[in-house]
Design a protein around this ligand. Structure first.
Ligand code: GLY
Ligand code: MN
Ligand code: MN
Length: 461
């Protein structure tokens, strides 16, 4: 029964909030796009993690003893004719393994009794507009009946804390789903690469949206519900715009294409970037920068294992990139000094201005603290060499088996004085998804090659 998975997660959460806690969690709100059209509904990640339930207008109440109550849309034939099937409260206990279920229209009348006698009410802070005042309303109702013996919770706590920690370590079911999501995305990248060189060979005009269409087709063809984020398909100089979105840009023979795209499958994201020559053959300068980014990714992958810090892959990347920038003349040794000076002064930032990774899970930038919880008090202050700002450093998270993160170094060369012209407008990023293991990491997105010769071979066929 799949609902055993969600039962176990709710039981684990109940242990974390303690026997006298109670957790209240709504799913995501529906979002209007314009007039009668809504954005496609996607369940709230925390809510889905604990229930597997994808209908809108639903709430979970989990008591510290593990007893779970679901509030969901009531059965309504007329609405179901227009909007589709509703599970309804009568069928929910059997289908979802919850202990009780009621219509969401009864939420405000039933919630005070569910909170009564608990010492702390847990709900996600600062994530759902209006939730705090809703909780206040239920507590107010309980307090108004205090002379009849009600016991309102005295503490409000942020439910994101325990749930973020749970979600940070992916269980076997999650890892399996993420492997499948990354596999689909990898095939979509292969498809876009192939189409690109093929269309150019046939003398056709290629636009970024032609490649985006290939990605979307493959995602959907293999059962993914939607892209995990807005796909980036950036031709030529557009690759130097970090948050560029697939648009109508012309993909020109001789230029590179950067695609950062991943599907979401059954609630889990994938996040892959590949950069390839539009015509299937790297030029000399393109290949020199590509080899550098790939070498920096190898260094980051080698630094990713249980027991390492979250920042280790980034630091490894930066060392390789910075040395390459000096060797290739992107940075002038006479001006910026040695490798250590480049790192110390963050001179590499002109061409590499983002971090090397982030947690990946239900959300593409997934939840979970980047600071090691066991060392939270050990902060140090430092003056940033580039901006002069005072920054606080806290010990970075120690990686554990089952954490999933991206490894995504890049290099982005905007024209500037002293920067060799051959590299102008080249933007390269290589991004893979890694499951941390005891001895290293498992790259789950390598269904699409990163090796430049393998990319060229794939695009030739
Ligand atoms: N696609 C978003 C990222 O790479 O972080
Ligand atoms: Mn990413
Ligand atoms: Mn990405």
């Amino acid at each position: 029964m799949t609902h055993a998975l969600y039962l176990a997660r709710r039981a684990a959460l109940a242990r974390l909030i303690g026997p006298h806690g109670v957790a209240v969690l709504p799913t995501a709100p529906e979002q209007q796009r314009n007039r009668d059209a809504d954005f496609p509904f996607r369940a709230d990640s925390y809510f889905y993690y604990l229930s597997g339930f994808t209908e809108p207008k639903a709430w979970l109440v989990i008591r510290g003893d593990g007893r779970t109550t679901l509030f969901c849309q009531p059965k309504d034939l007329e609405r179901e004719i227009w909007d589709g099937f509703r599970l309804g409260p009568d069928a929910a206990p059997e289908a979802l393994g919850v202990d009780a279920a009621f219509s969401v229209t009864e939420l405000d009348t039933r919630l005070p009794a569910l909170l009564d006698g608990c010492d702390a009410v847990w709900f996600p802070f600062a994530t759902h507009a209006g939730l705090e005042s809703r909780v206040d309303g239920w507590l107010g109702k309980l307090r108004s009946r205090i002379r009849y013996g009600t016991l309102p919770p005295e503490t409000q706590r942020d439910l994101c804390g325990p749930l973020d920690e749970m979600r940070l370590i992916k269980d076997a079911h999650e890892q399996d789903t993420m492997r499948r999501a990354a596999g689909i995305s990898a095939e979509a990248h292969v498809r876009a690469m192939r189409l690109c060189s093929q269309m150019l060979r046939e003398g056709k005009e290629v636009r970024e949206y032609h490649l985006e269409a290939e990605l979307l087709h493959e995602f959907r063809r293999q059962g993914s519900q939607y892209p995990a984020y807005g796909s980036i398909v950036a031709a030529g100089a557009n690759a130097c715009v970090l948050h560029y979105r697939a648009d109508a840009g012309r993909v020109r023979d001789g230029e590179l294409v950067l695609i950062d795209a991943g599907c979401e499958l059954d609630g889990y994201a994938s996040d892959i970037t590949r950069t390839f020559p539009a015509n299937g053959r790297f030029s000399g300068p393109q290949r020199a920068l590509y080899d550098l980014v790939l070498a920096s990714q190898h260094a980051a992958v080698a630094a990713t294992r249980a027991g390492a810090r979250f920042t280790d892959p980034h630091d490894a990347t930066v060392r390789v990139l910075a040395q390459g920038m000096l060797d290739l003349g992107l940075l002038n040794k006479d001006k910026v000094g040695t490798l250590d000076d480049v790192i110390e002064k963050r001179a590499y930032f002109a061409f590499y201005m983002h971090r090397t990774g982030h947690w990946l899970g239900m959300d593409v930038h997934d939840c979970g603290s980047y600071t090691e919880p066991s060392e939270i008090g050990q902060k140090t202050e430092r003056r940033d060499a580039l901006t002069g700002e005072t920054l606080i450093d806290r010990p970075a998270r120690i990686l554990q088996s089952g954490m999933v993160l991206t490894i995504e170094p890049g290099i982005y060369v905007r024209p500037a004085e002293g920067v060799p012209e051959a590299f102008h407008h080249i933007g390269i990023r290589i991004e893979d998804d890694a499951i941390v293991t005891d001895t290293g990491c498992e790259l789950i997105s390598r269904g699409v090659p990163v090796d430049p010769d393998a990319i060229e071979a794939l695009m030739r066929d």
